[in-house]
Write a protein of this length. Structure first.
Length: 398
């Protein structure tokens, strides 16, 4: 009970800080998405926090240090790049998980398809909301990257451009947007002054933004916020700004749906800036206008890229049929078996991946028990094998 109370307090703090940080309200954000039928757009990704608590995940797993400590902290590790990665991890660690539950006298909770979907979207969304920034680290970056050669903060310096006005913007994404809009000008000046163009990694934009905000002499009470991004608006921006033309239609740049963007919004903003010099050369060569952003446009674009980006997992119905044989599923799921288990040929079809995942998970305790009595252990499954099983059970010809 104490863990749940602490987790509730933590969630309130986390979500409040995230919403205030971006000037975001969940109702407004998701009302805008109700007309879409895309998977990531019509659900509030924060609903999964209820599943995380009610299904007892919190008893063993923490999120950023809040929760149990006998299993990995899901706020710091194990961000799953595809739907199949998550169920693969859960399946392959099921023996240890079930044993830990037995020790703690917890019962394995069954999942519905909706439960599973809410949970995986919640875990995935946590990664996107990472917004921490370190003022001291930002100060060091400001000097290390040569920003102080051209800019000043907190004081007037001759022949230097003051950045204090950026201090009223709470989101690091705004800094990324301003730098992007001035990329061509900045890069020209950097070439003539022999200053290296800065390259960002991890959450360095957040650090730099935190430093600018802390040192700025502007009125910090009059903060300007951004939303964490609306993927529906971002999809339109992706088309209107010419991103689709270059990255999909003409293949001038890489397909961004296949680039690993399982990162925080700040990291993606950094990657966009790192790409700006190369992109500026490409648009000049192809006589295309360099896109500029205003308002919340960059946040919307990043949100679209993040929620659309999934690792491609190989799989086929033929492979799934072989997995049923190789992993021993057929030993129980065969005609006339002694376990009264459904024949493999009669399993499915499933209405969705999450329907399949929930059935697979709910089936685990019985499988583990039967295998234990035979002195055997559950076979491991790769993400590609789970996808193949799903395709096999949903195939018309078996």
């Amino acid at each position: 009970m104490k863990i749940r109370i602490l987790f509730f307090i933590f969630l309130v703090t986390l979500l409040t800080s995230a919403f205030i940080f971006y000037g975001f309200t969940a109702n407004n954000y998701f009302i805008q998405q109700e007309n879409s039928n895309k998977e990531y757009q019509h659900k509030n990704p924060l609903d999964g926090r209820i599943v995380f608590e009610q299904k007892g995940c919190i008893n063993c797993h923490a999120i950023y240090g809040n929760g149990g400590n006998t299993a990995p902290d899901l706020g710091k590790h194990n961000f799953f790049e595809s739907n199949y990665d998550l169920i693969s991890e859960m399946w392959n660690h099921s023996a240890g998980m079930l044993n830990e539950m037995e020790v703690k006298n917890f019962n394995l909770q069954k999942f519905t398809a909706k439960d599973f979907r809410d949970l995986r979207i919640f875990l995935h969304y946590l990664r996107y909301l990472e917004v921490s920034g370190n003022v001291n680290a930002g100060e060091k970056l400001f000097a290390k990257m040569g920003c102080d050669n051209c800019h000043s903060i907190g004081k007037v310096s001759p022949n230097k451009i003051r950045l204090d006005k950026l201090g009223v913007h709470a989101s690091p994404v705004y800094l990324a947007q301003e730098m992007w809009n001035h990329a061509v000008e900045m890069q020209k000046m950097q070439k003539t002054s022999n200053v290296r163009v800065p390259v960002f990694k991890d959450d360095e934009f957040a650090d730099l933004s935190s430093y600018i905000t802390a040192v700025s002499v502007y009125n910090k009470r009059q903060k300007i916020y951004m939303t964490p991004g609306n993927p529906i608006s971002g999809e339109k921006i992706f088309s209107d700004k010419g991103c689709f033309y270059c990255h999909n239609e003409k293949h001038i740049g890489p397909d961004l749906m296949k680039v690993n963007l399982n990162k925080s919004v700040i990291e993606i903003a950094g990657l966009m800036w790192n790409h700006s010099a190369e992109m500026e050369q490409s648009v000049q060569k192809n006589e295309i206008a360099m896109p500029a952003f205003e308002g919340n446009e960059m946040a919307d674009l990043i949100s679209f890229l993040y929620f659309n980006n999934k690792s491609e997992i190989d799989g086929s119905a033929e492979t799934g049929k072989q997995v049923v044989q190789d992993k021993g599923c057929i030993n129980c799921h065969s005609t006339g078996n002694s376990y009264n288990a459904i024949d493999a040929s009669a399993i499915g079809p499933f209405s969705s991946e999450d329907d399949f995942f929930s059935e697979l998970w709910n089936h685990l305790p019985l499988m583990e028990k039967n295998l234990y009595l035979k002195g055997k252990s559950l076979s491991k499954l790769l993400p590609s094998e789970i996808k193949s099983l799903y395709l096999y059970f949903n195939s018309k010809k078996r």
